[in-house]
Design a protein around this ligand. Structure first.
Ligand SMILES: Cc1ncc(COP(=O)(O)O)c(C=O)c1O
Length: 373
């Protein structure tokens, strides 16, 4: 049985070219980047190259990038770091559709006296800039709104929100884990303060991510120890993973847009096929979305049964938020979009990527149709 992976939003395979770039870091260039000898200097150079590769994707300066262990840590560092550097607790505006790594960090900060205000999404999962504007109060210190939603693919109007935040002098964090390298982001023209990204969503290794920190932004620490990463992230740098992240970022800038066009076509074929043959209903916008993430309900069916039946036919999909699947929780994103309960319970996420082919799409449509019928 040929297995078809339709879960690229959960994680991606490591690109061969990324793996090739990483291997010498295990075999030859295993120095500690803080060491003063030649091995250490070599590691430091690799680190600097990767920093430049990541920065380039979003038009940042290399020194504005701090490597972390992934998107979760980047989100934690952004929010907690911002709060710890503030003189006093204030308000954080956060969208209702954020990833748990933002939601839970906000809950933690709430216990420390911060006021957390959740911004409602519209029926497409989008945060309207007017909603943000109306929620801003004299206590608002930080706004956190994801660039692309991981469950439904909605792209938020970040440029407008960033302009709004900048005008009011409020810091803006965006979780760009699903967006980085897939949609154009330019921090020179879009005034975001903090931006999180992750390696394993762009064909890099797991356990590597980064936080973009706009020059001049003060952040407190969440890890204590050595003075690595501009004294913002203690711990010996994971050079192989960081080199992999750098290479993966470079490949995204080289091929990202072309690949996006290919995936748009494939996703369109998948959606049309499923709508025609399996009664699929798309959750999320038709326009203004990352095309390769398709959240689809099959009225009258049960998500878990569908996902399991598809797995038996070799097709890997997600239900709810991939990061927390295993436990079948109702999706806070679909709830925030006010998707009716019955449709929430029958939703499945298909996410496509670099190795998805036209044949995979036809086979997936056929298998889903059979399972649904
Ligand atoms: C939007 C979003 N933010 C954050 C994360 C967490 O990233 P990581 O798995 O690198 O910790 C994910 C992972 O699925 C995500 O989709």
């Amino acid at each position: 049985m040929k297995r078809i992976y339709c879960d690229y939003a959960a994680t991606t395979p490591v690109d061969e070219r990324v793996l090739e770039a990483m291997l010498p870091c295990f075999r030859e260039f295993y120095g500690n980047a803080s060491s003063i000898h030649a091995f250490g200097l070599r590691a430091k150079r690799l680190l600097d190259t990767a920093r430049g590769q990541v920065a380039q994707v979003i038009a940042a300066e290399a020194h504005e990038i701090v490597f972390t262990s992934g998107g979760t840590e980047a989100n934690n560092l952004a929010l907690q770091g911002f709060a710890y550097a503030s003189q006093s607790a204030g308000e954080i505006l956060v969208s209702a559709t954020e990833h748990p790594s933002v939601r839970q960090t906000c809950m933690h900060l709430q216990q420390q006296g911060w006021k957390i205000t959740r911004l409602p999404a519209d029926s497409q999962g989008r945060i309207d800039p007017e909603t943000v504007q109306a929620a801003i109060s004299p206590e608002t210190r930080l706004i956190s709104i994801m660039t692309v939603n991981n469950e439904v693919g909605t792209i938020n109007p970040l440029a407008e929100i960033a302009a709004l935040a900048a005008e009011k002098g409020i810091a803006l964090h965006t979780d760009a884990v699903q967006a980085f390298g897939k949609i154009p982001i330019d921090v020179k023209t879009m005034p975001v303060t903090l931006l999180s990204l992750s390696g394993h969503k762009i064909y890099g290794p797991k356990g590597a991510g980064a936080l973009y920190i706009r020059r001049g932004t003060r952040l407190g620490k969440i890890l204590f120890g050595g003075r690595q990463e501009h004294d913002l992230r203690a711990g010996t740098e994971n050079i192989p993973a960081i080199v992999g992240l750098g290479k993966a970022a470079e490949l995204m800038s080289a091929h990202g847009l072309e690949e996006q066009q290919r995936l748009t076509q494939l996703a369109d074929d998948l959606l049309k096929g499923l709508q025609k043959q399996a009664g699929a209903q798309l959750n999320g916008p038709v326009e203004g979305r990352l095309p390769q993430i398709l959240n689809i309900s099959f009225p009258g069916k049960d998500s878990l049964s569908l996902a399991m039946a598809l797995d038996l036919r070799g097709i890997a999909v997600s239900i709810g938020s991939a990061c927390s699947s295993g436990t079948v929780q109702p999706s806070h994103v679909l709830k925030a979009m006010r998707v009716p309960d019955s449709l929430q319970k029958s939703s499945v996420r298909f996410s496509l990527g670099r190795s998805t082919t036209k044949q995979d799409i036809s086979a997936t449509v056929a298998a889903v149709t059979e399972v649904v019928r």
